[in-house]
Design a protein around this ligand. Structure first.
Ligand code: GAR
Length: 208
C-alpha cells in the first residue's frame, strides 16, 4: 500500500511563538490534517524555538545577515533550501518580523501565509494593535492573508474582530487580539491543508 504523504508545514517566527503553539496543538490533536516539518527563526534566543523544541519539533536558527528588516541573499537561500529539504507544502509566518520578497515568494508562490494583528488594510506594519488603540477605533482584530510583494497587502483569507474598550491599554488589547489569533490561524491553516481555500485575484473563498 502506498502511504500518502502528510501535508507539511514550515513555520517562521521571531517572537514568543504563541501562534506556533496553537498550530502545533491543532496538528497534534488532528484538527489540522498536517505535520510541522520545521520551525525556523531569525532570532537565536526566540521563544518560538524553545517552545518548538520542547514539543519535539525541529527548531532551527538561521542568521538573517546584515539587514534589519529583510534577509540578506545568503540567508534567504538558506531559508529556501531548508524549507525545500523539508518538503514543505505551506510556509506559515507566525510573528516573523522580516519582509520576504523576490526569490522566496517566487519559490513558494501562493504558499506563504501570514497573520497580522489588525483588520487589514487598516494598520499595516508594526504594533498594529497599538496603532488601532491610538487611532481610537471601536473594533479591531486580526487578519490571515497570503503574502505578496507588499507589506501586509496579500489576498485576505479570514478576519476575526475584537472590540476595543475605553479601558483598554496596549497590553490588554494586544492580549485579546492574540487570543483571537490563536483561534483564527489554526482554522485557516486547517482549511489550507485540506485544500479548501480558493483564490481569484484579490478574493478568496472557502469551498467545502
Ligand atoms: C502576533 O501577534 C502576530 O500577529 C504579530 O506578531 C505576533 C507574534 O506573536 N505579527 C506581526 O505583527 C507581523 N506584522 P507570537 O510569537 O506569540 O505568535
Amino acid at each position: 500500500m502506498i502511504e500518502q504523504k502528510k501535508f507539511r508545514i514550515g513555520i517562521l517566527g521571531s517572537g514568543k511563538g504563541s501562534n506556533m503553539v496553537a498550530i502545533a496543538e491543532a496538528c497534534a490533536n488532528g484538527t489540522i490534517p498536517a505535520e510541522i516539518a520545521v520551525v525556523i527563526s531569525d532570532v537565536e534566543s526566540a521563544g518560538i524555538l524553545e517552545r518548538a523544541r520542547e514539543r519535539g519539533l525541529k527548531g532551527q536558527f538561521i542568521a538573517p545577515g546584515k539587514f534589519r528588516t529583510k534577509l540578506d541573499e545568503s540567508a534567504e537561500n538558506e531559508f529556501i533550501n531548508t524549507l525545500k529539504t523539508e518538503q514543505v507544502d505551506l510556509v506559515v509566518l507566525a510573528g516573523f518580523m522580516r519582509i520576504l520578497k523576490g526569490d522566496f515568494l517566487r519559490v513558494f508562490e501562493h504558499r506563504v501565509v501570514n497573520i497580522h494583528p489588525s483588520l487589514l488594510p487598516a494598520f499595516p506594519g508594526l504594533e498594529a494593535w497599538k496603532q488601532a488603540l491610538d487611532y481610537g477605533v471601536k473594533v479591531t482584530g486580526c487578519t490571515v492573508h497570503f503574502v505578496d510583494q507588499g507589506v501586509d497587502t496579500g489576498p485576505i483569507i479570514a478576519q476575526q474582530t475584537v472590540p476595543v474598550s475605553f479601558e483598554d491599554t496596549d497590553e490588554t488589547l494586544h492580549a485579546r487580539v492574540q487570543e483571537a489569533e490563536r483561534e483564527l490561524y489554526p482554522e485557516c491553516v486547517a482549511a489550507l491543508a485540506r485544500g479548501e481555500v480558493v483564490v481569484r485575484g484579490r478574493q478568496t473563498a472557502w469551498k467545502k
